[in-house]
Design a protein around this ligand. Structure first.
Ligand SMILES: Cc1cc2nc3c(=O)[nH]c(=O)nc-3n(C[C@H](O)[C@H](O)[C@H](O)COP(=O)(O)O)c2cc1C
Length: 354
């Protein structure tokens, strides 16, 4: 057995209270305390959603909220990394406890509520990373809004202004369930002015980072049609489907029902896959899709790709199984793509949609 400091740290962290464990993991990764994993697989290299990637498996937002853990995350098998959500002003988020592991369901419920050290801090972190000379995996910056801000688009515009220059892609996150009213920004009436303002601000950046929109998995068919229609006038470079769910599937441990917050991990897999399939059916490849929710195995990542996602992301599986899961998902995906006779993962995108 090889020595893996990240996996060893995980054995310690998994016995700790969830938020303490999260903080320890971010600290360890900020010091680079994780074994290097294989990231490059010739049949997984892809150009998607405005990025050129070694593989299509990325880290979802929310693990590295303040862009502190990139030195370690960059050694892992992820093909791309996403930091945030970052709010303009620093804010504490909701009172603790606010994150809970539900082991028997391989799930997490969180109500962090955008705890963020703010744009200035993130800009310093990202500037340091960019000037370090270390070659980084494509790095996305996920933008949020402060709880007290009344006009949400003002906060997203500030995020683009201050952090756009450091980002390989930007994500407008209007789908976290723990900021009151945020999901209302997904309605066409709110989305039109929001995307209009953000796309204008993005066009002022020299590096022109691709702009992704992250939505909830809890949308009705009507909500989905409304969002797709907005893209005809305000095209984003990719749609991330999606965030945590407010649903509580029957499979969930009963005592977890009463926990307030967004549910992620295994119980989210069928919910997020259903939303992904609906978006793919309507968009027919016109907007690239990023599949997120419940991915813990190579098969699950591959299913999202076959359902229409050109890229996938994961978070909760790492909290439940430790850093090795990333290696397993990426390596396993390469084998599955080869076993189906594809030269390249792109060829599998949408093959299972009907
Ligand atoms: C503890 C925790 C915090 C999260 N924070 C954020 C966040 O700040 N911004 C965001 O866009 N998504 C956030 N997410 C959602 C994840 O990025 C992802 O969309 C969701 O967890 C589904 O993927 P998973 O099942 O692989 O975790 C968070 C998820 C968890 C578990």
């Amino acid at each position: 057995m090889t020595f893996c400091p990240g996996q060893l740290g995980f054995q310690v962290a998994k016995r700790m209270e969830a938020e303490k464990a999260h903080k320890l993991a971010v600290w360890g990764l900020s010091k680079g305390l994780v074994s290097s994993q294989q990231r490059v697989y010739p049949n997984l290299a892809c150009n998607a959603a405005g990025l050129t990637l070694d593989n299509p498996v990325g880290l979802a937002a929310g693990f590295d909220k303040d862009a502190e853990a990139v030195p370690g995350l960059n050694k892992m098998a992820f093909g791309f990394l996403e930091v945030g959500s970052i709010t303009p002003k620093s804010q504490p988020g909701n009172p603790r406890p606010r994150v809970f592991r539900i082991r028997e369901n391989e799930a997490v419920i969180n109500r962090y509520g955008f705890n963020s050290k703010g744009l200035d801090y993130a800009a310093r972190q990202l500037d340091k990373l960019r000037s370090s000379g270390v070659k980084l995996s494509p790095l996305g910056v996920n933008l949020g809004k402060n709880k007290e801000t009344e006009v949400a688009l003002d906060d997203y515009v500030l995020g683009v202004q201050q952090l756009g220059q450091f980002a390989d892609y930007l994500v407008v996150n209007v789908s976290s369930p723990n900021t009151p009213g945020l999901r209302g920004e997904q309605s066409p009436e709110k989305l039109v002015p929001l995307l209009d303002a953000v796309l204008k601000e993005r066009s002022k950046l020299k590096n022109l980072p691709p702009l992704w929109l992250k939505v909830a998995p809890d949308l009705t068919d009507e909500d989905i049609e409304g969002i797709v229609e907005v893209f005809q006038t305000y095209p984003v470079d990719a749609l991330v489907v999606g965030n945590t769910t407010l649903q509580r599937p029957d499979s969930l441990r009963k005592s977890a029902y009463k926990l307030v917050g967004g549910l992620s991990g295994a119980p989210l897999l069928p919910i997020s896959n259903a939303a992904l399939a609906k978006f793919y059916k309507l968009l027919q490849g016109s907007t690239p899709l990023i599949g997120v929710g419940g991915v813990a195995t190579a098969e699950q990542a591959y299913d999202k790709i076959k359902a229409g996602a050109c890229l996938v992301q994961l978070y909760t599986a790492m909290a439940i199984h430790g850093p090795r899961v990333v290696d397993d998902v990426v390596g396993g995906l390469s084998k599955l793509v080869a076993a189906d006779g594809y030269v390249c993962v792109d060829q599998a995108v949408g093959t299972a949609s009907n």
